[in-house]
Write a protein that binds this ligand. Sequence first.
Ligand SMILES: [Zn+2]
Length: 122
Amino acid sequence: MLTKVAIARITGVKPHEVNLIEEWTNCIFVKVKGRAKFISKRAIERDFVESRKQRTRVLKVTQVDDGFEVENLEIGSRYKVTQANGFSCTCKDYENYGEGHYCKHIYAVVESFGDCDLNGGN
Ligand SMILES: [Zn+2]
């Protein structure tokens, strides 16, 4: 949650222009383009919630017979998320991350059906 990408988004720069991130007791101390800045923890939390919402908003999750279909409404891609000894997805991200790591499609499924029985038993 305290990543260069998040700090870049909040301060309006590119991730590689974030030089330093330090968590202090009441705020976050960062150096952006060589300049020191303080960011409140609330701003970080707000950014985290907003960016996560935005990312999953374009993903439409449909429950199908053998898992879930996750469609990206923005770019029209469609992937299949299945669960057997943990989640797996048919997308490139999942393939690259490797087993045990969740891609955004799996997060979308967990968020949409988090309270359901994901083991397939009805
Ligand atoms: Zn995926």
